[in-house]
Design a protein around this ligand. Structure first.
Ligand code: 0XW
Ligand code: MG
Length: 367
């Protein structure tokens, strides 16, 4: 089997009930890129990457499509089932740009599963569960509103809530987490996520003021250096998210125990192949982690769910998907969605989703 065609689609994803507010940005709509890899046998593999705007990470939608245009010609006529070989080929053609390569990697795993009539999670060693826990991210908002949403989401079945902090006087963050904890207690695990937006001094003040609230603090500061410098002063475990730019950072942070957990993103690391390795590194070091991505529709959601299904329960911090903030699905027959705080693992081969061509629209680039 050979790769015969590669098509790149641009899909606009308005934020439902938006904007989505984090310490450094407020997003009203996202620009997602879907990759279709068509083989000479007629099989089609789908991948997706959707940067969370252009300042959340060193990624942006136009950059993803430009990188994919740089990569696509070298992939034509290659053997799609040799995923590792093609990852090496991509690295030889283009340095970096893991987020764009991730879309290709995901499509190749989708093809591998379809070729063998096996689900991606089962290709990754087997699903340990048929429903994965999700979590809900409450954007930066007033203390009262955050508490109100927290109660609503716990009632819907979520057992982990991420409360966005940062980008404002730290007193507001302290009051917000205090109100949320008063409202839900330990009915759900609480993670306060600063999305790199806080000064180390404010994180120390925040942690000390909230010392009686059982929670983790995720990526509060911009760098690992800052996080490591204040960690001894904190009353809470710390998680690394945005700083885990690639496997080498995960290996170092896990090996040196620089954090107590990770927010891992599929596209940031480079796709399913790389997140599988990060999963195993975390398992070896007993470090809990999420299996997320920045944003995107059913394709990236399915990839995160398949990966999350293979993470042992005690290390599984949940699978975040953008579905609650998106109207509609690429595949209305087999949508990937959060129900009661959990997500069912798709049952079909590969990713288990078949995007409706009408939802993808015409390709913006074809090879
Ligand atoms: C909550 N997420 C996984 C979704 C958004 O992309 C941000 C991210 C995070 O944890 O920072
Ligand atoms: Mg995070």
């Amino acid at each position: 089997m050979r790769i015969a065609e590669i098509h790149i689609h641009k899909i606009d994803l308005p934020v439902k009930n938006g904007p989505y507010v984090m310490s450094g940005s407020e997003v009203h709509a996202l620009d997602s890129t879907v990759v279709q890899i068509v083989t000479d046998s007629g099989l089609i593999g789908y991948g997706e990457v959707c940067p969370l705007g252009s300042n959340y990470q060193p990624q942006h939608a136009l950059g993803a499509r430009a990188a994919l245009c740089e990569l696509a010609p070298s992939l034509i006529q290659q053997e799609p089932l040799k995923i590792q070989v093609l990852n090496h080929l991509m690295d030889s053609v283009l340095e970096g740009h893991n987020y764009a390569k991730a879309a290709i990697d995901i499509a190749l795993w989708d093809l591998l599963g379809k070729h063998h009539d096996v689900r991606v999670c089962d290709l990754l060693g087997g699903a340990l569960t048929e429903t994965v826990p999700s979590y809900y991210a409450i954007g930066v908002t007033t203390p009262e509103n955050a508490a109100e949403i927290a109660v609503e989401k716990v009632a819907q079945g979520y057992r982990r809530l991420q409360i966005k902090i940062g980008g404002r006087p730290v007193e507001y963050d302290i009051e917000t987490l205090t109100k949320v904890y008063e409202a839900i207690g330990t009915d759900a695990q609480i993670v306060a996520d600063g999305n790199r937006g806080m000064l180390s001094k404010d994180v120390v003040l925040f942690s000390r003021a909230c010392k009686d609230i059982p929670m983790a603090i995720e990526q509060a500061c911009n760098s690992i250096t800052e996080l490591v410098s204040i960690r001894p002063q904190l009353a809470h475990p710390i998680y690394i998210d945005e700083n885990s730019e690639d496997l080498s950072v995960v290996i170092e942070a896990a090996g040196k125990r620089l954090c107590d957990g990770f927010g891992l993103k599929l596209s940031r690391l480079g796709g399913i192949s790389k997140l599988r390795t990060a999963r195993d590194i975390c398992a070896a070091q007993n470090i809990p982690h999420t299996c997320d991505d920045s944003w995107g529709g059913d394709i990236i959601a399915a990839a995160c769910v398949h990966m999350g299904a293979t993470v042992t329960a005690k290390l599984n911090e949940g699978v975040w998907i953008a579905e609650p903030y998106i109207d509609g699905h690429y595949d209305e027959d087999k949508p990937i969605k959060v129900e009661g705080g959990s997500i069912k693992v798709p049952t079909g081969p590969g990713l288990g989703v078949t995007p409706n061509p009408d939802k993808l629209g015409p390709a913006v680039h074809s090879f």
